[in-house]
Ligand binder design. Sequence first.
Ligand code: GAR
Length: 201
Amino acid sequence: MKKKIAVLASGRGSNFQAVIDAIQDGKIPATCAALITDNPKAYAIERAKKVKIPVTVIDYASFPSREMYERALLSAMQQVNADLFVLAGYMRIVSAGIVRAFPGKMVNIHPALLPGFTGLHAQRQAINYGVKVSGCTVHFVDESLDGGPIILQHCVRVLEGDDEESLAERILHHEHECYPEAIKLFCEDRLEIVGRKVRIR
Ligand code: GAR
C-alpha cells in the first residue's frame, strides 16, 4: 500500500522536486499529501502548486514567539497525519515536542557526512576544515542536532579549487539521488531502527 508523505521546506525546494519527480515516475510508492513551509516566499511553493500538492504556509515571522509557531506547526502536521514527514531544506530546528509526536516518522537530508559538520553552512565548514571527502546524509530526526540514526550517505570528493558554492552544487546533485532512494526504502517498509542504527532489509 502507498504511504502518505508530507514535505517541510523553507526555500528553493530542489530536494522536494526530486522527491515528487520520483513519486510521479513510480519509483517511490507514496503520495505527497502536503507541503508545509515556514516561509511564504519559498520557491518550493511554486513547485507544489505546479503539481497540485496542497500548501500550508506557517509564516514564522508572523508568530509572536517560537512556542506559538511550533504549536501551529504541530497542529498542521497532525492534520496531515502523514506516514512520513520529509524535511527538505527545512531550515529550523525541530522542537523536541514535534520529534516526540512523530517517532521514527521524520527524516532529514544534510549536506555533509554526519556526524561531521552539523548545523548551518555544512559545505562551508567542510571547505574551511580542508576535508578531501564530503557528501550528504539522510537520517531519521531525533532530539539532537543532525544526530539521528543514519539511513544513507553518499560521498562526494572535494576538489582542488572548490569553494562553498561549487562543493554545494556537486553535493546537491547527490542529494537528489540519495533522498528519493532513502524515502523509497522507508515506503517499502525496509528500514528498521535498532538502537541508534538503521538496518536496511
Ligand atoms: C540542501 O543542500 C539541504 O541538504 C540543506 O539545504 C539545502 C536545501 O536545498 N539542508 C540543510 O542544510 C539542513 N541542515 P533545496 O531547498 O534546494 O532542497
